[in-house]
Design a protein around this ligand. Sequence first.
Ligand SMILES: Nc1ncnc2c1ncn2[C@@H]1O[C@H](COP(=O)(O)OP(=O)(O)O)[C@@H](O)[C@H]1O
Ligand SMILES: [Mg+2]
Length: 401
Amino acid sequence: MPAPTDPRTGLPVVAMVGGGQLARMTHQAAIALGQSLRVLATDPAESAALVAADVRLGDHRDLDALRAVADGATVLTFDHEHVPSEHLRTLTVEGVRVAPGPDALLHAQDKLVLRHALDAAGEPQPAWAEVHTVHEATVFAEEVGWPVVVKAPRGGYDGRGVFVVSGPDQVAELLERHRVLLVEERVPLVRELAVLVARSPFGQVAVWPVVETVQRDGINTEVLAPAPDLDEETALAAQELAVRVADRVGVVGVMAVELFGTADGVLVNELAMRPHNSGHWTIEGARTSQFEQHLRAVLDYPLGSTAMTAPAVVTANVLGGAASAEDWAGPGVDERVHHLMAHWPDVKLHWYGKGQRPGRKLGHVTALGEDLAEVRARAVAAARYLADGEVDPAFAFPEEH
Ligand SMILES: Nc1ncnc2c1ncn2[C@@H]1O[C@H](COP(=O)(O)OP(=O)(O)O)[C@@H](O)[C@H]1O
Ligand SMILES: [Mg+2]
């Protein structure tokens, strides 16, 4: 049976589970391909639900809600990893094309599944153990040295579910909440890197340049493309690693490989199988954005060029700051946007349409140029101004606008 298309246009209909900013930006890319993203959101006020025309409300853990959003769609894909595998297996049996498929997705849903798979493939990763008892954790920790990093295998994001643990008591507490834990050596990180790769069912792969991801309190704040001072050999090795992992797990769509950069090379941290925060720079900074590429990949279209459009591209996230608090007396959000546009006419703004709350990812800005340090300073100052209303002295505004 041919895959369903939109009867008005003859073009595909991609259904995405999740209505956050990733779906919102995927919808934006879908428009240029003559499509309109269908979205399963839990709330009409979610980022993508505010802009997409075909929004279904429902829970991603509800099989009937998944069936309804997939009905008549060409393919079902995701803006997060929280859909239960058993539902995806059922949908697959019922004839729904699911991309990435449930077996691939499991490697992004369950950190233990990934650790086992990477060991089997001989890929570099931190020393780790699957732990059911305090004794098992202690044996491992004494081998690699305390403190260790303890992780809930499932359900974490933005550092929730990740704990630096310096003794058995803390392990005991965590084991009360989780039946099984992943325990890892604490890697001596030089920095964190990421490689974004896309893979189609046909088996075509496309990979973007390796980026550096800067984190604050477990949340990504800046992405530097390409990763500064990364030697060509390591960069190529990291890209090849990402492509091997993509093939091995059989992902369809965009996949981010989060890497730890150490003095001796890279180790795989975790995978995300969807457009990823580390790839927002591709909207302006690459010939094909991660959002367009994700659509191309899940639809088995040929993939687009990943070449950069400038030598240096930096994205800085706008996290809700003082300026999101109720007692804020400085310039309002619209005034800050106005100032930003006046002061940095070349900086591109992406605002997710979310309610303002301190710490929340409200949007991002992207700057492009020749020199990474200069581009980075500009992007960071712009994002800070939007978030905090704080003016970086290096970018002091003139008295009059
Ligand atoms: N084994 C480790 N050694 C050192 N730092 C780690 C380790 N594991 C995680 N981290 C730090 O914690 C952050 C979040 O961990 P991660 O496994 O990526 O969880 P999440 O699912 O919340 O993104 C990482 O980006 C890194 O900064
Ligand atoms: Mg992570």
